[in-house]
Write a protein that binds this ligand. Sequence first.
Ligand code: BF8
Ligand code: SF4
Length: 639
Amino acid sequence: MCEFNHGAHSHQTLDPAAAEMLEKANRENVQTVWDRFEQQKPQCGFGDLGLCCRNCLQGPCRINPFGEPKTAICGADADLIVARNLLRTIVGGAASHADHSYMAIHCLKEAAEGKAPYPLKGVEKIQSVAAKLGLSTQGKTDNELALEIAHVALADFGSYSDEPMKWLTATVAPELLETWKQLGILPKNPDREIRTAMHQTSMGVDGSPLNLLLSSLKLGLVDGYAGLQMGTDVQDILFGIPYPIKTEANLGVLSPDKVNIVVHGHMPEVSEKIVEWAKKLDNEAIEAGAAGINIAGICCSGNEVLMRQGIPLAGNYLSQELAIITGAVELMVVDVQCFMPSLTKVASCYHTKVVTTTPIGQLPDAEHIPFTPENADMKAQETVRLAIAAYAKRDPAKVQIPTHKSEAWGGFSVETIVETLAKLDPVSPLKPLVDNIIAGNILGAVGVVGCNNVKAIQDQQTVEMVKDLLANNVLVVATGCTAHALAKYGFLSPAGAKKYAGSKLLSVLTAIGEAAGLNEPLPPVLHMGSCVDNSRIGDLLGALAGYLSISIKDLPVAASAPELQHEKAVSIGTWAVALGVMTHVGVVPPVLGSPLVTKVLTSDLEGLTGGKFFVETDPHLAAEGILAHILAKRKALGI
Ligand code: BF8
Ligand code: SF4
């Protein structure tokens, strides 16, 4: 594995720390995701266009976009194959998010019943979620109420009625519900919708591309409410509502003299316990000759512990192998989603231990330490002690930690944003924000979210596009690996406001920052959390639309995933367009093989929900398109 002969090709990253580690990987003959991408070239054109089907054993079938065959063995054409594949992609994303939130609900139930060692830290959230769900709170303890909330969530997963999901109907405005009802896309039990969509896309069932596209919207709503919304609500109850907190980002956060543990994946049930026990076992690390224990985060686990604990970010999706290549990571603990199967191979070149923790997320050469809500304390101790033991095996000759790191603020929950704005107007906190939008000081707002994708230069599309948006006085909120990307270049810091924000936006950020007692402007990009926390952006949009008595689709806002890679990013995007938000994607999804599907997604959809996809791989043109959209929405509002 450490004998990989790198050819002469340039690595594609904007991040100087990543570039430094890629040179190290070259010297040490370690293969990375960029090398494997090169080996995959040229990627299959049929797959790229969405024109390959393997849904039955007569296949694989391919449609030739330039001639024959125009139909597959069973008679499916390009439109059908692309629409079926798209729905299966969205099912993959929705299933990942729904399963993630189900695990959190299970943990909440065990915790509320006193069977799992998680004190419920989000007491205010218990009250607000109970109110949203219409639960009576009188005479109930926090634990009793939390248990009732867990049961409402579980009832959605166990429902056999034809009623739409309770969590959805309790969250969104009646007017949106009506739109979705008219379209026939209100999801029932999320597990059932996932099953039905797999059935619908199997050989010889749905032959209607348009019907499949409507189901795609429905599965987008499964993602939005059984995944994102439920996940965030439940995680806030368990671990607390995030509040602004300062930290640092990029590989420079790794410590030269401490035991470095990297948390990676998505489940705060695991990462929070690692943080807790790392603090408690710090002395053992000192006894082992280290200066203590340092935790850093990759991907969404990083975002989760950043928001609530101020843990620094080591890097986003494409940097996960590079963290190990520093030679300074004793242990990387993963749970579910977005960890590369290559991690153990990279780790085998160093002293790094890789620990898997869930029954469905195992790696053959990793140490498997199965976490459950009940045993989490024990398993977290075991994991942290494994890291301490690994410290003795660190090879100083192989250690090279890049110096790059930037100040980054995280933890901008909706609760925090409203509380901060209340310093300006205690009676009507959203008023100052809306007034500034109306006055044009804030031109609009964009949620920039999603991943890295090895097809794009790491972080570049995100950074270039966000620079253009901020310069044009557009406020940006970010989640997921995009938040990491922006953190690395200073966008999540007050200094970033002075550097990147247009003058009008800067004056608003400064006024809010001063009112909040910061003596500095707010960061121009507000870090709203992990990918499930995109629900927070949905909540904020709902609140703004409600305040103005208009629909979300009429707001001067947009969403963007400049470097998406995961199925989850596609399902989140589909939820966003169902909400009525124009959603930019900077990597072309595999739909271009069907002119019909492409047209529906990028144009016709607007007539149904108000939202649509906007595909643009050039970051400056993407920003232009988004700005034009925001200006058109402003014009329609008469502002
Ligand atoms: O759920 S942004 S690469 S880590 S999928 Fe994955 Fe994409 Fe990162 Fe978080 Ni979201
Ligand atoms: Fe081919 Fe149809 Fe089977 Fe797909 S379902 S592999 S298009 S025969």
